[in-house]
Design a protein around this ligand. Structure first.
Ligand code: EPZ
Length: 424
């Protein structure tokens, strides 16, 4: 397993290109199952999760050509030759559950392994199943798989009120509703930019969708969808992550492709903490306003609130802020595993349930630390960039799921960072 060595190297300055969104690409890719015509995605990120989704789609009979070193995914599924999403693939990546809706919509049946939990929480899929049942799916859970059948061979439109916001369940329902017979109304739907991107792509394929970006999605089912070409939206979580580099280390960084509408609540928090974010012709320019960052309180919420996927990275900033910050994690039940690792670097953090209280210290000290999940891994790298001395982050396979070419992007801004491969 590779590790990454980071050494504090003072202020960092430069330009960082932001890639296409992992979490948009992972819901756009299953859309190829809805049509026998080709769906091509451009601006795709080059990540291990994308390779896993490719493997899954190919196991179902889709063709996925990765062109221009992975930035273009030319996909087509003339027919779904296998309707079973295997546990071996699904257990590696929870987003695999997103093939359930499209397979049910296209062919009226599917067998998908339950994803199981992950480091940040149990992450059940009960809402995915409830909304598909409301749309006429008959579900039988046995031996760790969901055996699904559309009653009468075709899903039907339904009105469904989500009891709480779920990004994945909204995506599964939206994908399924495009080919259902009749109208589907999804209330309390997720509003994330990745869902707006999915709706735009499906509309290009001939779907009739209204309301993306609001809490109510209305879909008029059609009999078939055609092919399309669609650019993956910019990754707002990668964007927010790299916006924190000058905030934590000092200096100035321009994030190419970034726009304020993707990171509204996050940019507001940075502003409160004394970090300026300005829109340029090419993206977002970020630097500290003057001197030390100030402590702020953070509560994670569904979009447009503060994203849970930026909580760990924000905590890394607040470890050396002036004052005490309180972070409340309201989306996942166990998403503070980066805290004990940051404490190994000298951070002062008190975790009680879903609340972490961070008392800022002058400086963190480099130490060997361990990545536990995707966003925790990058928060440790951010902390290491500003710490005194060397930090070695182990288990960086977590990192490679969601961040392409991290070392390269940070080295271009003057960071002292290198990958240590333990492969003989
Ligand atoms: C998506 O996960 C993202 N993943 C996550 O990003 C992100 O943290 C999350 O949305 C919230 O924004 C992808 O898009 C691939 P949810 P998802 O359904 O869809 C509970 C990253 O780092 N829940 O909105 O799984 C769930 O346990 C990843 O890139 C149910 O109880 O998130 C969680 O507590 C991490 N039953 C809450 O709802 C369900 O059926 C929100 O989950 C579904 C969810």
């Amino acid at each position: 397993m590779d590790s990454i060595l980071v050494k504090g190297n003072g202020a960092l300055n430069g330009v960082i290109p932001i890639a296409g969104a992992k979490n948009a690409c992972l819901t756009l890719m299953p859309a190829t199952l809805l049509s026998e015509e080709p769906l091509t995605l451009t601006n795709a990120p080059r990540l291990s999760d994308i390779r896993t989704m490719t493997q899954l789609l190919e196991s179902l009979g889709a063709e996925v050509a990765s062109l221009q070193s992975g930035q273009v995914l030319a996909m087509s599924s003339h027919a779904i030759s296998n309707h079973t999403a295997d546990y071996d693939i699904v257990r590696k990546m929870r987003a695999s559950i997103l093939v359930l809706g499209p397979m049910l919509a296209r062919d009226g049946h599917a067998i998908v392994s339950l994803p199981g939990g992950c480091a940040i929480g149990a992450r059940p899929v009960d809402l995915h199943l409830q909304v598909l049942e409301a749309m006429g799916a008959e579900l039988d859970l046995r031996d760790g798989y969901v055996h699904a059948k559309a009653i009468g061979g075709r899903l039907r439109g339904a009105v469904f009120d989500f009891p709480f916001v779920s990004v994945g369940a909204t995506e599964n329902a939206l994908l399924a509703a495009t080919l259902a017979k009749g109208t589907t109304v999804l209330n309390n739907a997720a509003r994330e930019p990745e869902i707006v991107d999915l709706a735009r792509c499906l509309r290009k394929m001939g779907a009739q969708i209204e309301g993306e970006g609001t809490s109510t999605l209305t879909v008029q089912g059609v009999d078939r969808l055609h092919g399309a070409t669609h650019p993956v939206v910019t990754d707002r979580i990668e964007l927010g992550t790299y916006m924190l580099v000058p905030a934590i280390c000092g200096g100035e960084v321009e994030c190419l492709g970034g726009t304020l509408d993707l990171v509204g609540a996050f940019a507001e928090k940075l502003d409160q903490a004394g970090v300026s974010v300005t829109e340029t012709a090419r993206g977002l320019k970020v630097s500290r306003k003057n001197g030390r960052v100030k402590a702020v309180n953070v509560t994670t919420e569904p979009f447009p609130g503060f994203p849970t996927d930026l909580q760990a990275q924000m905590m890394a900033l607040l470890c050396t802020a002036d004052g005490t910050s309180v972070l409340e994690e309201k989306i996942f039940e166990n998403r503070f595993m980066h805290a004990p690792e940051l404490m190994r670097m000298g951070a002062k953090i008190d975790v009680h349930g879903g609340t972490a209280t961070v008392t800022g210290v002058e400086k963190l000290r480099g130490a060997p630390v361990m990545a536990t999940d995707l966003r925790a891994s990058v928060s440790l790298i951010l902390a290491g960039l500003a710490a005194e001395g060397e930090t070695v982050v182990s288990r960086v396979y977590h990192l490679d799921r969601g961040y392409e070419r991290v070392e390269e992007k940070l080295m271009a801004c003057g960071a002292h960072i290198e990958r240590i491969s333990d492969r003989p």
